[in-house]
Design a binder for this molecule. Structure first.
Ligand SMILES: NC(=O)c1ccc[n+]([C@@H]2O[C@H](COP(=O)([O-])OP(=O)(O)OC[C@H]3O[C@@H](n4cnc5c(N)ncnc54)[C@H](O)[C@@H]3O)[C@@H](O)[C@H]2O)c1
Ligand SMILES: [Zn+2]
Ligand SMILES: [Zn+2]
Length: 337
Protein backbone atom coordinates (compact mmCIF):
# COMPACT_ATOMS: atom_id res chain seq x y z
CA UNK A 1 0.00 0.00 0.00
CA UNK A 2 1.00 3.59 -0.51
CA UNK A 3 2.41 5.53 2.45
CA UNK A 4 4.27 8.76 3.18
CA UNK A 5 7.63 8.10 4.87
CA UNK A 6 10.49 10.30 6.08
CA UNK A 7 13.32 10.24 3.55
CA UNK A 8 15.70 13.00 4.64
CA UNK A 9 15.75 16.38 6.36
CA UNK A 10 12.47 18.10 5.44
CA UNK A 11 11.88 15.42 2.83
CA UNK A 12 9.17 12.81 2.51
CA UNK A 13 8.77 10.11 -0.10
CA UNK A 14 5.75 8.20 -1.26
CA UNK A 15 6.69 4.66 -0.36
CA UNK A 16 5.13 1.25 -0.87
CA UNK A 17 4.90 -0.59 2.44
CA UNK A 18 3.33 -3.91 3.33
CA UNK A 19 -0.32 -3.89 4.28
CA UNK A 20 -0.78 -4.74 7.95
CA UNK A 21 -2.44 -8.12 8.52
CA UNK A 22 -4.82 -9.10 11.27
CA UNK A 23 -3.30 -10.03 14.63
CA UNK A 24 -4.67 -11.00 18.04
CA UNK A 25 -4.55 -8.04 20.43
CA UNK A 26 -4.35 -5.48 17.63
CA UNK A 27 -7.15 -3.68 15.85
CA UNK A 28 -6.76 -3.38 12.09
CA UNK A 29 -8.02 0.00 10.93
CA UNK A 30 -9.12 1.43 7.62
CA UNK A 31 -7.85 5.01 8.05
CA UNK A 32 -10.32 7.80 7.25
CA UNK A 33 -8.63 11.01 8.37
CA UNK A 34 -5.17 11.74 9.82
CA UNK A 35 -3.99 14.99 11.36
CA UNK A 36 -0.60 16.61 10.89
CA UNK A 37 0.86 17.48 14.30
CA UNK A 38 3.50 20.07 15.27
CA UNK A 39 5.54 17.21 16.76
CA UNK A 40 5.55 15.43 13.39
CA UNK A 41 7.10 18.58 11.96
CA UNK A 42 10.05 18.22 14.40
CA UNK A 43 10.74 14.69 13.06
CA UNK A 44 10.43 15.88 9.47
CA UNK A 45 12.78 18.81 10.24
CA UNK A 46 15.42 16.41 11.55
CA UNK A 47 14.76 13.85 8.81
CA UNK A 48 14.80 11.07 11.36
CA UNK A 49 14.14 8.24 11.68
CA UNK A 50 14.32 7.51 7.95
CA UNK A 51 11.38 5.36 6.87
CA UNK A 52 9.06 6.55 9.66
CA UNK A 53 5.41 6.62 8.59
CA UNK A 54 3.87 9.23 10.86
CA UNK A 55 0.26 10.02 11.74
CA UNK A 56 -0.67 9.53 15.41
CA UNK A 57 -3.93 11.50 15.23
CA UNK A 58 -6.49 9.62 13.18
CA UNK A 59 -9.94 8.19 12.82
CA UNK A 60 -10.83 5.02 10.97
CA UNK A 61 -13.10 2.02 10.56
CA UNK A 62 -12.46 -1.35 12.14
CA UNK A 63 -11.41 -4.00 9.62
CA UNK A 64 -10.56 -6.64 12.22
CA UNK A 65 -11.08 -6.35 15.98
CA UNK A 66 -8.11 -8.53 16.98
CA UNK A 67 -10.23 -10.22 19.62
CA UNK A 68 -11.78 -7.10 21.14
CA UNK A 69 -15.29 -8.44 21.09
CA UNK A 70 -17.00 -5.11 21.79
CA UNK A 71 -15.78 -3.84 18.41
CA UNK A 72 -17.46 -4.85 15.16
CA UNK A 73 -16.18 -4.60 11.61
CA UNK A 74 -17.06 -1.12 10.34
CA UNK A 75 -17.17 0.55 13.77
CA UNK A 76 -15.65 4.01 13.68
CA UNK A 77 -12.73 4.44 16.07
CA UNK A 78 -9.75 6.47 17.16
CA UNK A 79 -6.89 5.46 19.45
CA UNK A 80 -4.26 6.65 21.86
CA UNK A 81 -0.97 6.34 19.99
CA UNK A 82 1.05 5.61 23.12
CA UNK A 83 2.13 2.11 24.03
CA UNK A 84 2.51 1.67 27.80
CA UNK A 85 3.88 -1.58 29.28
CA UNK A 86 0.95 -2.00 31.66
CA UNK A 87 3.18 -3.44 34.40
CA UNK A 88 5.40 -0.68 35.76
CA UNK A 89 4.62 1.51 38.77
CA UNK A 90 3.37 4.37 36.57
CA UNK A 91 1.15 2.13 34.46
CA UNK A 92 -0.37 0.44 37.52
CA UNK A 93 -1.19 3.90 38.90
CA UNK A 94 -2.92 4.88 35.65
CA UNK A 95 -0.16 7.28 34.64
CA UNK A 96 0.41 5.51 31.33
CA UNK A 97 1.91 8.69 29.88
CA UNK A 98 4.84 8.35 32.34
CA UNK A 99 5.68 4.78 31.33
CA UNK A 100 9.26 4.51 30.09
CA UNK A 101 8.14 2.35 27.20
CA UNK A 102 5.20 4.42 26.14
CA UNK A 103 6.90 6.24 23.24
CA UNK A 104 9.30 3.51 22.09
CA UNK A 105 6.56 1.70 20.15
CA UNK A 106 4.06 4.53 19.80
CA UNK A 107 1.80 4.35 16.79
CA UNK A 108 2.88 6.76 14.05
CA UNK A 109 5.94 7.72 16.10
CA UNK A 110 8.04 4.54 15.85
CA UNK A 111 9.37 2.48 12.96
CA UNK A 112 7.63 -0.72 14.08
CA UNK A 113 4.18 0.90 14.24
CA UNK A 114 3.44 2.91 11.09
CA UNK A 115 0.73 5.54 11.57
CA UNK A 116 -2.08 7.12 9.62
CA UNK A 117 -0.15 8.47 6.64
CA UNK A 118 -1.25 5.27 4.91
CA UNK A 119 -4.68 3.79 4.14
CA UNK A 120 -4.44 1.09 6.82
CA UNK A 121 -2.80 0.69 10.20
CA UNK A 122 -2.74 -1.65 13.15
CA UNK A 123 -2.86 -0.52 16.78
CA UNK A 124 -3.02 -2.09 20.25
CA UNK A 125 -6.61 -2.98 20.91
CA UNK A 126 -6.55 -1.64 24.49
CA UNK A 127 -5.79 1.85 23.17
CA UNK A 128 -8.80 1.98 20.82
CA UNK A 129 -11.94 4.02 21.51
CA UNK A 130 -15.19 3.72 19.59
CA UNK A 131 -16.49 7.00 18.21
CA UNK A 132 -20.12 7.95 18.87
CA UNK A 133 -22.32 7.97 15.75
CA UNK A 134 -22.84 11.72 15.89
CA UNK A 135 -19.13 12.39 15.66
CA UNK A 136 -17.52 12.90 12.27
CA UNK A 137 -14.27 11.33 11.05
CA UNK A 138 -12.72 14.81 11.12
CA UNK A 139 -13.67 15.23 14.77
CA UNK A 140 -12.35 11.74 15.48
CA UNK A 141 -8.95 12.70 14.12
CA UNK A 142 -8.93 15.76 16.39
CA UNK A 143 -9.46 13.89 19.67
CA UNK A 144 -5.73 13.37 20.23
CA UNK A 145 -4.63 17.05 20.04
CA UNK A 146 -7.76 18.01 21.99
CA UNK A 147 -6.65 15.69 24.78
CA UNK A 148 -3.17 17.26 24.77
CA UNK A 149 -4.69 20.70 25.40
CA UNK A 150 -7.12 19.35 27.99
CA UNK A 151 -4.33 17.64 29.95
CA UNK A 152 -2.08 20.73 29.83
CA UNK A 153 -4.83 23.03 31.10
CA UNK A 154 -5.66 20.54 33.87
CA UNK A 155 -2.04 20.90 35.01
CA UNK A 156 -2.30 24.70 35.06
CA UNK A 157 -4.75 24.55 38.01
CA UNK A 158 -6.80 27.39 36.64
CA UNK A 159 -8.85 29.51 39.00
CA UNK A 160 -11.94 31.38 37.86
CA UNK A 161 -10.86 34.88 36.89
CA UNK A 162 -7.27 33.94 36.00
CA UNK A 163 -5.64 35.85 33.18
CA UNK A 164 -3.97 33.32 30.91
CA UNK A 165 -1.31 33.60 28.25
CA UNK A 166 -0.86 30.91 25.62
CA UNK A 167 2.48 31.18 23.85
CA UNK A 168 1.99 29.93 20.27
CA UNK A 169 -1.23 29.72 18.29
CA UNK A 170 -0.82 26.35 16.59
CA UNK A 171 -3.43 23.65 17.21
CA UNK A 172 -2.01 22.83 20.64
CA UNK A 173 -1.99 26.48 21.72
CA UNK A 174 -5.54 26.98 20.46
CA UNK A 175 -6.76 23.86 22.27
CA UNK A 176 -5.14 25.20 25.46
CA UNK A 177 -6.81 28.59 24.88
CA UNK A 178 -10.18 26.88 24.37
CA UNK A 179 -9.91 24.90 27.61
CA UNK A 180 -8.54 27.90 29.55
CA UNK A 181 -11.66 29.86 28.58
CA UNK A 182 -13.89 26.93 29.43
CA UNK A 183 -12.20 26.61 32.84
CA UNK A 184 -13.16 30.15 33.78
CA UNK A 185 -10.23 32.33 32.71
CA UNK A 186 -11.34 35.97 32.61
CA UNK A 187 -8.95 36.73 29.78
CA UNK A 188 -7.06 34.52 27.36
CA UNK A 189 -4.26 36.03 25.30
CA UNK A 190 -2.32 34.22 22.58
CA UNK A 191 1.16 35.42 21.67
CA UNK A 192 2.35 34.58 18.16
CA UNK A 193 5.24 35.33 15.84
CA UNK A 194 2.96 34.55 12.88
CA UNK A 195 0.46 37.42 12.56
CA UNK A 196 -2.01 35.35 10.57
CA UNK A 197 -2.20 32.71 13.27
CA UNK A 198 -2.45 35.37 15.97
CA UNK A 199 -5.38 36.99 14.23
CA UNK A 200 -6.99 33.63 13.66
CA UNK A 201 -6.86 32.77 17.37
CA UNK A 202 -9.12 35.79 17.98
CA UNK A 203 -11.33 35.21 14.91
CA UNK A 204 -11.99 31.62 16.00
CA UNK A 205 -13.16 32.89 19.37
CA UNK A 206 -10.63 31.07 21.57
CA UNK A 207 -8.51 34.14 22.42
CA UNK A 208 -9.73 37.54 23.64
CA UNK A 209 -6.69 39.16 22.10
CA UNK A 210 -3.43 38.25 20.50
CA UNK A 211 -0.03 39.89 20.88
CA UNK A 212 2.83 39.98 18.44
CA UNK A 213 5.72 38.09 20.00
CA UNK A 214 8.11 39.79 17.58
CA UNK A 215 7.29 43.23 18.99
CA UNK A 216 9.58 43.70 22.00
CA UNK A 217 7.81 46.85 23.22
CA UNK A 218 4.42 45.13 23.28
CA UNK A 219 5.89 42.10 25.03
CA UNK A 220 7.44 44.39 27.68
CA UNK A 221 4.03 45.89 28.42
CA UNK A 222 2.81 42.45 29.41
CA UNK A 223 5.72 41.75 31.75
CA UNK A 224 4.53 39.70 34.80
CA UNK A 225 0.86 40.15 33.86
CA UNK A 226 -0.46 36.59 33.64
CA UNK A 227 -1.52 34.19 36.37
CA UNK A 228 -0.96 31.13 34.20
CA UNK A 229 1.09 30.65 31.03
CA UNK A 230 0.96 27.68 28.68
CA UNK A 231 4.03 27.47 26.44
CA UNK A 232 3.07 25.70 23.21
CA UNK A 233 6.07 26.25 20.89
CA UNK A 234 9.14 24.53 22.32
CA UNK A 235 11.81 27.09 21.49
CA UNK A 236 14.03 29.36 23.61
CA UNK A 237 12.35 32.73 22.86
CA UNK A 238 8.95 31.20 23.59
CA UNK A 239 10.03 29.65 26.90
CA UNK A 240 11.74 32.91 27.94
CA UNK A 241 8.64 34.93 27.09
CA UNK A 242 6.59 32.57 29.25
CA UNK A 243 8.96 33.18 32.17
CA UNK A 244 8.89 36.95 31.61
CA UNK A 245 5.15 37.33 31.26
CA UNK A 246 3.99 35.13 34.16
CA UNK A 247 3.18 36.85 37.47
CA UNK A 248 5.24 36.17 40.59
CA UNK A 249 3.91 32.97 42.12
CA UNK A 250 2.39 31.95 38.79
CA UNK A 251 2.44 28.66 36.91
CA UNK A 252 4.14 28.02 33.57
CA UNK A 253 3.11 24.82 31.79
CA UNK A 254 5.66 23.63 29.24
CA UNK A 255 3.84 21.83 26.46
CA UNK A 256 6.12 22.65 23.50
CA UNK A 257 8.68 20.02 22.63
CA UNK A 258 12.31 20.73 21.80
CA UNK A 259 14.64 17.94 20.71
CA UNK A 260 17.60 20.12 21.75
CA UNK A 261 18.49 21.87 25.05
CA UNK A 262 16.90 25.28 25.59
CA UNK A 263 18.58 28.21 27.39
CA UNK A 264 16.32 30.14 29.71
CA UNK A 265 16.72 32.60 32.57
CA UNK A 266 16.40 30.33 35.58
CA UNK A 267 16.84 33.50 37.68
CA UNK A 268 13.31 34.46 36.61
CA UNK A 269 11.96 31.26 38.09
CA UNK A 270 13.87 31.90 41.31
CA UNK A 271 12.94 35.56 41.74
CA UNK A 272 9.28 35.07 40.86
CA UNK A 273 8.96 31.63 42.49
CA UNK A 274 7.44 30.30 39.29
CA UNK A 275 6.02 26.80 39.30
CA UNK A 276 7.28 25.11 36.14
CA UNK A 277 5.22 22.12 35.05
CA UNK A 278 5.83 19.83 32.09
CA UNK A 279 2.82 18.40 30.26
CA UNK A 280 2.98 15.28 28.15
CA UNK A 281 0.09 13.69 26.32
CA UNK A 282 -2.92 12.69 28.42
CA UNK A 283 -4.33 10.02 30.63
CA UNK A 284 -6.77 7.52 29.18
CA UNK A 285 -9.73 9.04 31.01
CA UNK A 286 -8.85 12.50 29.70
CA UNK A 287 -8.81 11.10 26.16
CA UNK A 288 -12.26 9.56 26.75
CA UNK A 289 -13.59 12.82 28.22
CA UNK A 290 -12.49 14.68 25.10
CA UNK A 291 -14.45 12.25 22.92
CA UNK A 292 -17.53 12.98 25.04
CA UNK A 293 -17.03 16.75 25.00
CA UNK A 294 -16.73 16.76 21.21
CA UNK A 295 -19.69 14.38 20.74
CA UNK A 296 -21.88 16.44 23.11
CA UNK A 297 -20.97 19.59 21.14
CA UNK A 298 -19.61 21.04 24.38
CA UNK A 299 -16.57 22.09 22.38
CA UNK A 300 -16.20 22.79 18.67
CA UNK A 301 -12.92 21.51 17.29
CA UNK A 302 -13.91 21.39 13.62
CA UNK A 303 -13.29 25.11 13.35
CA UNK A 304 -9.56 24.40 13.63
CA UNK A 305 -9.52 22.30 10.43
CA UNK A 306 -8.12 24.34 7.56
CA UNK A 307 -8.21 21.75 4.78
CA UNK A 308 -8.06 18.06 3.88
CA UNK A 309 -5.35 16.84 1.49
CA UNK A 310 -4.06 13.71 -0.24
CA UNK A 311 -0.95 11.69 0.59
CA UNK A 312 0.76 13.28 -2.42
CA UNK A 313 0.16 16.73 -0.93
CA UNK A 314 1.71 15.96 2.47
CA UNK A 315 5.20 17.26 1.59
CA UNK A 316 3.74 20.57 0.46
CA UNK A 317 1.57 20.82 3.59
CA UNK A 318 4.60 20.37 5.86
CA UNK A 319 6.41 23.09 3.94
CA UNK A 320 3.40 25.35 4.39
CA UNK A 321 2.94 24.61 8.10
CA UNK A 322 6.63 25.15 8.87
CA UNK A 323 6.87 28.39 6.88
CA UNK A 324 5.83 30.53 9.85
CA UNK A 325 3.55 32.46 7.53
CA UNK A 326 0.59 30.21 6.90
CA UNK A 327 -2.81 30.82 8.49
CA UNK A 328 -3.59 27.10 8.36
CA UNK A 329 -4.06 25.47 11.76
CA UNK A 330 -4.91 21.78 11.40
CA UNK A 331 -4.40 20.06 8.08
CA UNK A 332 -6.02 16.65 7.76
CA UNK A 333 -4.95 13.95 5.34
CA UNK A 334 -7.36 11.57 3.65
CA UNK A 335 -5.09 8.63 2.74
CA UNK A 336 -7.58 7.29 0.20
CA UNK A 337 -8.23 10.53 -1.62
N1 LIG B 1 3.60 17.90 25.31
C1 LIG B 1 2.83 17.23 24.48
O1 LIG B 1 2.22 16.22 24.82
C2 LIG B 1 2.70 17.70 23.06
C3 LIG B 1 1.76 17.13 22.21
C4 LIG B 1 1.63 17.63 20.91
C5 LIG B 1 2.47 18.64 20.49
N2 LIG B 1 3.41 19.14 21.37
C6 LIG B 1 4.31 20.21 20.99
O2 LIG B 1 3.64 21.43 21.17
C7 LIG B 1 4.16 22.40 20.26
C8 LIG B 1 3.02 23.03 19.49
O3 LIG B 1 2.39 22.06 18.66
P1 LIG B 1 1.52 22.57 17.42
O4 LIG B 1 1.02 21.37 16.72
O5 LIG B 1 0.56 23.58 17.85
O6 LIG B 1 2.71 23.23 16.58
P2 LIG B 1 2.77 24.44 15.55
O7 LIG B 1 4.14 24.40 15.01
O8 LIG B 1 1.63 24.33 14.62
O9 LIG B 1 2.55 25.74 16.45
C9 LIG B 1 3.55 26.44 17.09
C10 LIG B 1 3.26 27.91 16.94
O10 LIG B 1 4.16 28.67 17.74
C11 LIG B 1 4.47 29.88 17.07
N3 LIG B 1 5.70 30.42 17.65
C12 LIG B 1 6.97 30.05 17.43
N4 LIG B 1 7.80 30.77 18.21
C13 LIG B 1 7.04 31.60 18.95
C14 LIG B 1 7.32 32.56 19.95
N5 LIG B 1 8.56 32.83 20.34
N6 LIG B 1 6.28 33.21 20.52
C15 LIG B 1 5.00 32.97 20.12
N7 LIG B 1 4.68 32.07 19.16
C16 LIG B 1 5.70 31.39 18.60
C17 LIG B 1 4.56 29.47 15.61
O11 LIG B 1 4.38 30.57 14.75
C18 LIG B 1 3.45 28.44 15.51
O12 LIG B 1 2.24 29.03 15.06
C19 LIG B 1 5.17 21.66 19.39
O13 LIG B 1 6.47 21.85 19.94
C20 LIG B 1 4.76 20.22 19.55
O14 LIG B 1 5.84 19.34 19.36
C21 LIG B 1 3.52 18.69 22.62
ZN1 LIG C 1 0.44 15.12 18.16
ZN1 LIG D 1 4.62 0.99 32.08
Amino acid sequence: MKSVAIKDKKQFEIKEIEEPVKEEGKVLIDVQKTGICGSDIHYWDLGMPVGLVMGHEYSGKVLDNGGRVDLQKGDRVTALPISPCGKCEACLRGDIHYCKETWAHASGLSLDNPGGLAPMLKVRSDMVFKLPDNMSDEEGALVEPTAVGYHAVNLAHLQVGDEVLVVGGGIIGLMCALFAKKSGASKVVVSETNEKRGQKAVQLGVADEWINAKDEEVMKNYDSKFDKVLECCGNAPAVNSAMNLVKPGGIVVLVGVSMLPINFMSMQAVMKEITLVGAIAYKKDEFAKCINMIANKEIDVLKFVSKTITLEEVQEAYEELSSGESNAIKILVDPKK
